[in-house]
Design a protein around this ligand. Sequence first.
Ligand SMILES: Cc1ncc(C[n+]2csc(CCOP(=O)(O)OP(=O)(O)O)c2C)c(N)n1
Length: 378
Amino acid sequence: MSISPRDFFDLLKKKDVNFFTGVPDSLLKEFCLCLDDLAADNHIIAANEGNAIALAAGYHLGTGKLPLVYMQNSGLGNAVNPLLSLCDPEVYSIPMLVVIGWRGEPGVADEPQHKKQGLVQEDLLNALDLPYIVLSADDTSADKKVEQAISSAINGNRPSVILVKKGTFDKYGKSSAETTEDLITREEALEVILADLPDDAIIVSTTGKTSREIFEIRAARSEPHNKDFLTVGSMGHCSSIALGIALAQPDRKIFCIDGDGALIMHMGGLATIGKLQPNNFYHILINNRVHESVGGQKTAAEIIDIPGLVKSNGYKTVLSCSDKDQLITNLERFIQEAGPAFLDLLVKPGSRANLGRPTVTPVENKTAFMKFIANAKE
Ligand SMILES: Cc1ncc(C[n+]2csc(CCOP(=O)(O)OP(=O)(O)O)c2C)c(N)n1
């Protein structure tokens, strides 16, 4: 029987854990919905997992209390620095609970980008000297284990991990707020973009459903997948991958199709792009203001002046659009401008329930993509 997010939350509350921060994950989606509902004022969605650890450390310094950080295990890499050089008992010895969604657990079917992370998960925690307990749906002693993790954090003055297996949390019973905004969807926007980009355009797309939709649009049109590098993992880094290609292939146009959560996660990449001024670099932001791929939790995009942000980072051209006609007109202009150029495209959250996943492996994708780059103007 799975664990009710509400019961888990109530137990934390009983133990005086009242501050929550993290980056959303599909395995922890129901817990996240519960936090948004019951602890909205004490729940902060951070730009990346390292930020969340540091934010929680600050909360502890300011209150003496135990904070909770949650993340997908892909985010552990982002968190390692502040875990080891800030919170570790050898440094400032800061207690916190770290709830980690275990994607790619051995024996559980998952996507290629999660397999290695899932396989080395426990070894990693051991190497980082992080005490941990594992929660699963069939746990009969979940409460005891959570209490044990809390004691280990408080008594040891250190981060203590709750590793959560797939399917551990039950449905919360509420979903994220539906938008009524009269905007196009991400998939409709991608259909226009893929149809209108030049034939020799090189595309690097972001983690999550953007890349999955691009894959399905190509398949539906019987087009090959070789123009698209689908950044299935390494969230937030697709613009840096695209920058590397743009520098290596100065005569080709590179289009980075990014998400707002991903762009915010590693926003520093914008400054490097602006500093290097690649005139063949075209950055398109599919801005739905949420982490749609993992449950629709809000990003900070709604308060950011995106055009102002990218201009101040040195982008030469910045265009914005929020409907299909504008997108078609602006895209035509955008492609003609010198880079680095940015297109901020506001879309509404949401995706098809039957959206599939890429059926080519990442290595097959890479091989075909490199061939496409090497054979200019196929
Ligand atoms: C480092 C890391 N943290 C968290 C995740 C889980 N994750 C996958 S997609 C995604 C949301 C991406 O949001 P955004 O870029 O806004 O794109 P959208 O899903 O809204 O299209 C998240 C949080 C991840 N893959 N990697």
